[in-house]
Design a protein around this ligand. Sequence first.
Ligand SMILES: *[C@@H]1O[C@H](CO)[C@@H](O)[C@H](O)[C@H]1NC(C)=O
Ligand SMILES: *[C@@H]1O[C@H](CO)[C@@H](O)[C@H](O)[C@H]1NC(C)=O
Ligand SMILES: *[C@@H]1O[C@H](CO)[C@@H](O)[C@H](O)[C@H]1NC(C)=O
Length: 472
Amino acid sequence: MAKPSVGWNNTFQKRWILMLLAIFSISTAIVIVIRASSVSCDPQFERTTTTDNRIQVPTTTQIGNVKDPLSFMKSKLVLLVSHELSLSGGPLLLMELAFLLRSVGANVVWITNQKTSETDEVVYSLEHKMLHRGVQVYSAKGQEAVDTALKADLVVLNTAVAGKWLDAILKDNVPCVLPKVLWWIHEMRGHYFKVEYVKHLPLVAGAMIDSHTTAQYWKNRTRERLGIKMPETYVVHLGNSKELMSVAEDSVAKRVLREHVRESLGVRNEDILFAIINSVSRGKGQDLFLRSFYESLQLIQDQKLQVPLMHAVIVGSDMNAQTKFETELRTFVTEKKIQDRVHFVNKTLTVAPYLAAIDVLVQNSQARGECFGRITIEAMAFQLPVLGTAAGGTTEIVVNGSTGLLHPTGKEGIAPLAKSIVKLATHVERRLTMGKKGYERVKEMFMEQHMSNRIALVLTDVLRKSKTHLGS
Ligand SMILES: *[C@@H]1O[C@H](CO)[C@@H](O)[C@H](O)[C@H]1NC(C)=O
Ligand SMILES: *[C@@H]1O[C@H](CO)[C@@H](O)[C@H](O)[C@H]1NC(C)=O
Ligand SMILES: *[C@@H]1O[C@H](CO)[C@@H](O)[C@H](O)[C@H]1NC(C)=O
């Protein structure tokens, strides 16, 4: 629509397209952990446990208001406890929360509990970014951390592992802090269900989990494995950042990025490109995807279907690691002689260029699937249809038959995924319609604004409860 100053916009646009391209070329050289890999939970706000006559929290009808939904956090002191400071999903999400809270004038303190696996350079730049935005960064072990925990209006523990910090640092003070703890959980792997991590879970003010499936899984596992009860649990689906949306909604930027990435991969503009964007591991199902892709090529050949040349790109390789799984993928590609159709790309944090370049996203996470799967909503923002496994958070994001197609996990999923690939390759209008529907769904449910609104409801509830509890 009518923008204030065309000249400024053009310059601005050019500048950041260049910037993205620069980041893109650097990030293909530097291996960084892919953002979408670890965070997969989801946020439609809902209480999964019923509770007695509680006070009504503000309703979502306030969404349209000019007022920021988090504005009641102004001047509140919030302590964020991160298990690590790295470029992986969990810490990045907590940083987003830190900035949302800063933007409404909350006092935010960040501590990192564990040694991080990232290089000092990454840690330095992340800390610098936080300090720059007015977030205080303290040592997790110092007296400052303890004092802040005692004074804070709210303490957010990020991921199950952060629970170790409570006893180790707070010691006798643990009971005073628990009533104001909100525990944000983004994972559902078995090894997180350890008493030493989560024994305080029943006594915190609340747990916030990224998808209904994951919340249900936590409820089951804590009860059956550890014999403990989950606290009040809020499901909060994630939302797309403003930065990502600004690229996704800019057709010029998308075209530039698309041309650039396709050229670097050797894929022509008229070819159709399927991608899986996740760190390469068996759990993310790249092996099964390649089998489906190969099967789809055969189907097309057997049935003599008229389709554009098809390519697959696997973004998330770690060429340095040379894992058995990575080798297995490459051997498969060589054996089937599809080297010219399958491309491997290193892990990267900068997913936008790839989303601009591809035609279909494949989300092939296996077993219980993704906790949320942020890449899914990011792809939908780029108007891409999603071929996903019917598991975990994916089932709460993708509407089967409308914004994408779901297939079963495991070997049973190979043939259905191959068929879906052929379907989207042969039906261009169907593919484009699904992409548009996905975009509409993102605009309706998975924007930063929606996430803020949902988090605001949770924080209101948690603050009210801890006040009652602490009698202040
Ligand atoms: C991928 O990473 C490896 C190992 O770090 C590096 O040698 C290679 O150049 C990278 N590839 C690209 C395309 O950046
Ligand atoms: C949790 O347990 C219930 C009942 O035992 C079961 O129906 C449900 O599928 C389980 N959910 C998950 C996510 O494991
Ligand atoms: C998704 O929908 C297709 C038909 O559009 C159907 O064949 C398939 O079984 C559905 N998958 C799931 C997991 O519901």
